[in-house]
Write a protein that binds this ligand. Sequence first.
Ligand code: SF4
Length: 304
Amino acid sequence: MKTMEIVQRFEDAYPYVGRCFNGQRARRYVFKVRRTGKMIEGSIYEQRHDGVPIRYAIEVSSMFGCPIGCLFCASGNLGKASLLSVEEIVEQACCLADLAEHDEVPKHFCYQGIGESSLIPKVVIASAQEILGLYPGSRFKISTMGARPEGMLLLAREIPNWEALQVTFPHYENDQLKHILGNRNGYDSEQVLLAVREIKTLRPDIRIKFNFICIAGFNDNEEVVRGTVERLKQCGVLDGSEFKLSFLNATDCSDAHGLRCVGESQHHQLLSCAQEAGANAYVFGPMKDIKVGCGQLVADRLKL
Ligand code: SF4
């Protein structure tokens, strides 16, 4: 590789329930970027249903560190954020894609590693276009907490083969959202929802998922779940969207902020509540408790 090299890797396979799979083999890599000397993470998840590989989710980082600093994510603690170039993102994606053994299994490239996509739409678009040229037929997934709603719209206009957009939305109150998303100046949940509404019109082909990360004492009660579903309904973005009740992926960073995971039975109670309120809801997880969250530079931590 020209722009980076793999310096450490971690591999594990574990049950991990998503909407259409019930197991996965995870491989996570630490890359050293030659231009900056910084470490970033990239992962490849072979998602399996009843033991059969159904999809590769290739998760790339678009930044070293992240200026957002969500309280549950370690990326904001890595130091001053710096952007990866289009070439660096593409090379990272290609390296990970080449590690997929089954050519016939579809590849989804996910901008869900370190970095907030709405801040850098042009870089995300240019890299996705190049990746699509190299891996025709591949699909893209993007996650955002909505730092720049206009960046979300730019992505919607130009990302090719966009499969799914995931929007972090673990509460209904703007102040609570600002708190958990690192008290980000200028964050406005109403503008985020309006951008999602416009994206649903522009790109009805995209699956929209609202990611409600369940955090003990913050949002793990029926009032908040109902309130959040209601807010999405009032904004006209609930219909046709998914409501994903995710287990918190515990990291040292989430521990340091006093954020605790919610138990499995409580997730299922919250699921019933979201469904009764009218959401197309499901539970995602649980995560294996090895603190391999985003930005942990996991292999370094585990010394594998
Ligand atoms: S969750 Fe995403 S936006 Fe938030 S700090 Fe982590 S990488 Fe940045």
